[in-house]
Design a protein around this ligand. Structure first.
Ligand code: ACO
Length: 380
């Protein structure tokens, strides 16, 4: 009997129905609940998109005002969580901290964990609200600085920069940060979102489901790539070194971080938007160092791949790290920023999973030994 085939990495396998996100990989198009990412990012705030994802429709003005004021009211951290951040091992990565806080948080909120679509996480919103505060506080504590309490008169993005730097960002910076949160909020059945749905399918809590998803996002083939892109830029050092660096990497079969995507066969629409923000900030600070190296990598790597008959383009992580760097954010926070943004998307998927749940339980293709006689320990 011939070997059964299967899709490695579940490529192209449909695992569930979903009304949340549509991606047209051939054309490089992305839609949340039917609206194109380009329009959403131009006209909406992160809070508005969170409402869209959680409730399935764009909010009317009073609904958004009420939602924004609720989500902002949960931004500050209880003393116990601040203590936990303070005492977290200094060598740990903040993604591990975020995962731990997410689980710990469930005991500090007035949250009815009902394991069902009726659970009140749409009302409490702590998970979405507080992770940016955790990330900013982690960064400050590791530099021996004090906790900066959040402000409720700033957008999600502007408040994050405020808590991090203890200074109100100028409107362009706050706006770009908020839009970066939008661009990372949701993206269909990627590895972390699928993880969140698998955990939710066991009727586990949304906190456990999100914490598991964070673990999946941490890896550098997924959300961890943005931190590696910055390492790559530092290693290259100058635009003139790009060609040699790419050729050496390809020879050593190293992946170029921030390039390629399972679904997109065209440039990731999110990368196109973030590239514009990078250009805008580079002009503002008169610093084109990151922009020039990244554009050279994009061109050279694209050409090399084309020669091999492959079309590989930048993904969302390619330009985002450079934008954050120009906003004064250290690379260690890049993946936590991504995770904080994505919580709203994960939550929408967890709730959707619960609407028509069946526990995920695929099979593997067994390739181990046939039935083998047991050998007693003294005869092995
Ligand atoms: N650098 C070099 N070669 C690449 C890259 C890359 N970044 N991406 C794809 N390729 C090549 C592979 O070597 C492979 O070649 P082969 O067929 O000769 O073996 C082919 O293109 C297909 O690549 P796979 O890794 O098999 O594609 P897959 O769909 O499994 O993985 C992934 C997609 C993980 C994003 C991959 O492109 C990658 O590793 N990129 C770099 C890491 C990265 O940027 N991750 C962030 C993704 S976006 C996100 O998660 C938010």
């Amino acid at each position: 009997m011939g070997k059964q085939s299967y899709k490695k990495g579940l490529e192209g396998v449909i695992a569930a129905e979903s009304k949340i996100c549509r991606i047209n990989g051939e054309k490089g198009k992305l839609y949340f609940r039917g609206y194109s990412i380009e329009e959403l990012v131009e006209h909406c705030t992160y809070e508005e998109i969170t409402y869209l994802l959680l409730y399935g429709m764009l909010p009317k003005k009073p609904e958004l005002e009420d939602f924004s004021s609720r989500i902002r009211s949960f931004r500050s951290l209880p003393e116990q969580i601040r203590q936990m951040i303070h005492e977290f091992p200094s060598g740990a990565h903040p993604m591990e901290l975020l995962q731990s806080v997410m689980s710990y948080l469930s005991s500090y909120v007035s949250h009815k964990i009902q394991h069902s679509i009726y659970c009140n996480c749409r009302d409490t919103l702590h998970q979405i609200s507080q992770m940016t505060t955790v990330a900013a506080t982690f960064a400050r504590f590791r530099e021996g600085k004090k906790y900066v309490p959040p402000r409720d008169d700033l957008s999600h993005g502007a408040n994050f920069l405020y808590m991090l730097h203890d200074r109100e960002p100028d409107p362009i910076e706050g706006d770009i940060m908020d839009k970066c949160f939008i661009l990372h909020v949701e993206h269909g059945f990627n590895a972390s979102t699928f993880t969140s749905r698998v955990v939710a399918s066991t009727m586990s809590t949304c906190y456990c489901s999100i914490s598991a998803a964070m673990g999946a996002l941490y890896g550098f083939l997924h959300g961890g790539a943005n931190e590696r892109v910055l390492e790559m830029i530092e290693e290259i050092g100058d635009k003139k070194n790009v060609k040699d660096w790419i050729d050496k990497s390809l020879k050593e079969k190293r992946k170029v971080m921030g390039m390629g995507h399972r679904v997109y066969k065209a440039k990731d629409p999110r990368a196109k938007v973030i590239e514009k923000y990078l250009y805008q900030l580079s002009e503002k600070y008169n610093n084109f160092y990151y922009y020039e190296i990244l554009k050279e990598i994009e061109d050279v790597f694209g050409d090399r791949m084309k020669d091999k008959g492959k079309l590989i383009y930048p993904n969302v992580d390619f330009f985002s790290g450079a934008v954050y760097r120009l906003l004064g954010i250290k690379p260690i926070l890049f993946t936590p920023i991504f995770a904080s943004a994505r919580i709203a998307g994960w939550l929408a998927h967890i709730l959707e999973q619960r609407e028509d749940n069946r526990i995920f339980r695929p099979r593997s293709l067994y390739t181990g030994p046939e039935e083998t006689p047991f050998v007693q320990i003294d005869k092995r």
